[in-house]
Each structure stands twice: as structure tokens, then as C-alpha cells.
Design a protein around this ligand. Structure first.
Ligand SMILES: Nc1ncnc2c1ncn2[C@@H]1O[C@H](COP(=O)(O)OP(=O)(O)OP(=O)(O)O)[C@@H](O)[C@H]1O
Ligand code: SF4
Ligand code: SF4
Length: 289
């Protein structure tokens, strides 16, 4: 079984548009929305949830009021002002450091699991999908990405799937690292804006560092053909394959509004370009060790 992750560095370059299109062309695949901070693949693929499970990001403190003598040592030692004067915990402020549990002379504090999101196993018209949501204000999205990928792997095992397609998060931080971990290939969707080029360089440093083979797709290339050329030259110099280019077009927006993938929405040059990109991605996946 192979794992493809679609990432970009810069947000809004078209990862989800391209992931949804690939999901509609791939066969025998599991789709995983690893953009857990701002998931939107479900808007196009309209999954029906078959199972929901709680996600516990990090532990937070809990005070047993029966044991507590009110000495305030915990309040004095909490660096996050997370303990109220009535010795209850502000769950939004608690960082789960465990200092209060350590200093409490009455052993009145325990660290407990804090539900901070959900993972959903679902079914779409293109096969099983895993997605997730974080509760408002919750962090630990890297751990939630890992949970989504674990669910996707076990669904892949149950269904005998040959491929997991992960829509990755933007950026280069912890959630991205969680998303690319174990991937056989990263498809980097970039755009020829200055920030797109800058973030392309940064995300390639990340994939290089973790030794994940990467190829590039230049989306919205027509917004700046000079910069597009620059990206192509730089990829060539660095031995990175450019799987294809897509022009700026109204099709992706119209398709998204109609809850369709670009492949479902249009049968024209734009969708043909996407089919060619998928062919290249598939052959690179087959060649990955
Ligand atoms: N080739 C294109 N031409 C014009 N608009 C496009 C093109 N590709 C994508 N878009 C539009 O750009 C916007 C962002 O696309 P999309 O949501 O796929 O990006 P993303 O990288 O997944 O974003 P995020 O970082 O927020 O997850 C959407 O409105 C989409 O319709
Ligand atoms: S340190 Fe322990 S006993 Fe003291 S106020 Fe905090 S919870 Fe209560
Ligand atoms: S676990 Fe850390 S952050 Fe949370 S209440 Fe205790 S001392 Fe404060």
C-alpha cells in the first residue's frame, strides 16, 4: 500500500481542489483529510459518517476538592494562571505541564484526558474517507493528524486499499510533519506568487529533511508566467519533477460551489491537464521503493 500526501507550504494554492480531483480518479484508495485545523475536503466529497471517535489531545489537571486543603501551592506554581482561586481548573489555559500535580502536598491533583476533537470514519462516492475536527481553541493538531492517518491505515487494511491519499495542512510545522511522515510521495501544489515560491522552497527543505520524495504541480500558472518559468528552472536544477501546470480558471470555484470535483465538473483542457498530472503522480508512486 502506498501513501500520497498533497502539501503546499503556502495556504490556498489549490491542495484540496487537486486532492479531490485525484480522489475521483484513483481506484481502491482511502482519502484522509489531514488539514484538521481547517478541513474542507468534506465540502466536495460529502462523506457520510459511519463512526465517530473522541480525540484526546493532551491531558489537563483535575483537582479533587475532597482532598484539597486550600494551601494555594498549586496556584503559586502554575505558570499559566490556569487554576482559579476556588481551586478549579481553567481547561482553556491549562497546558498540561503537570507541575501542580507534582507540587500538591495532598496528592489532590491528577492529570486527566481532555476530549479535544473527533475523528470520523466515513464513506464517500469515491470510497472510504477519514476526517476530523478540533474543538474550538484546542491545539495538538499534529497529534490529531497522526490519529487521522492511523484510522486511514486501518481502513486501508480492512478494505484492501492500495493507496492512501492525504490532503495535507498548509505551512511547514508540526501538522505538516505529521502528515508527511511515512508518505511514499509528496505532491507539492504551488502557485507562482512570491509567497508561493518562498513557501515552495521551505516545504522542499522539509520533505528533503525527512527524505520524502517530492514532485511539484504549478497551479494558477497563468497569474505570473515569469515566476512559473523560474519555478520550472529551479525544479529542474534541483532534480524535482514538475508533474504539470494548471491555469487560473473559474472551473475550480464553480466545481466547489457545485460540490463536485473538477474532474466531475468539467471535461475539457483543464481536467485533461489534471488527468496527466495524476498519471505522472501514479507512475512516481509506483517507482517509489
Ligand atoms: N487553477 C485555479 N484557478 C482559479 N482558482 C483556483 C484554482 N485552483 C484552486 N482555485 C481556488 O482557490 C481557492 C483555494 O483552493 P483550495 O481550497 O483547493 O486550496 P488549499 O490549498 O486546499 O487551501 P487551504 O490552504 O485553505 O487548505 C479555492 O477557492 C479554489 O476554488
Ligand atoms: S496544592 Fe493541592 S491542596 Fe493545595 S490548593 Fe492546590 S490542590 Fe489544594
Ligand atoms: S498542569 Fe500545568 S498548566 Fe495545568 S493547571 Fe497544572 S500547573 Fe497549571
Amino acid at each position: 500500500m502506498k501513501q500520497l500526501v498533497i502539501i503546499s507550504g503556502k495556504g490556498g494554492t489549490g491542495k484540496t481542489t487537486i486532492t479531490a480531483a485525484i480522489a475521483s480518479m484513483a481506484e481502491n484508495a482511502i482519502i484522509a483529510d489531514c488539514d484538521v485545523d481547517a478541513p474542507n475536503l468534506h465540502l466536495v466529497l460529502e462523506p457520510e459518517i459511519t463512526e465517530a471517535s473522541d480525540f484526546h489531545g493532551m491531558e489537563i489537571a483535575h483537582i479533587d476538592t475532597e482532598r484539597c486543603t486550600g494551601c494555594n501551592i498549586c496556584i503559586e506554581n502554575c505558570n499559566f494562571d490556569a487554576i482559579y482561586t476556588d481551586h478549579s481548573i481553567n481547561s482553556c489555559k491549562c497546558e498540561g505541564c503537570g507541575v501542580c500535580e507534582y507540587v500538591c502536598p495532598e496528592n489532590a491533583i491528577k492529570m486527566i484526558n481532555n476530549p479535544s476533537g473527533s475523528v470520523f470514519d466515513s464513506m464517500t462516492r469515491y470510497g472510504p474517507m477519514v476526517h476530523a475536527e478540533l474543538m474550538i481553541g484546542e491545539e495538538a493538531s499534529g497529534k490529531l493528524v497522526t490519529a487521522v492517518k492511523e484510522h486511514a491505515s486501518s481502513l486501508a487494511g480492512e478494505n484492501g486499499a492500495e493507496l492512501i491519499i492525504c490532503d495535507g495542512p498548509p505551512g511547514t510545522g508540526c501538522p505538516v510533519i505529521a502528515a508527511i511522515t511515512g508518505a511514499d510521495l509528496a505532491l507539492i501544489v504551488t502557485e507562482p506568487s512570491l509567497s508561493g515560491i518562498h513557501d515552495l522552497e521551505r516545504i522542499i527543505q522539509v520533505t528533503d529533511h525527512f527524505r520524502i520524495p517530492a514532485i511539484v504541480c504549478i497551479n494558477k500558472y497563468s497569474i505570473n508566467e515569469e515566476n512559473t518559468k523560474q519555478i520550472e528552472i529551479s525544479c529542474k536544477e534541483n532534480g524535482i519533477i514538475v508533474a504539470g501546470k494548471l491555469p487560473y480558471d473559474t472551473i475550480p470555484n464553480k466545481a466547489m460551489i457545485g460540490k463536485k470535483t473538477v474532474i466531475e465538473y468539467a471535461d475539457n483542457e483543464f481536467s485533461e491537464n489534471l488527468r496527466e498530472i495524476w498519471k505522472t503522480v501514479r507512475s512516481e508512486l509506483c517507482e517509489s521503493p
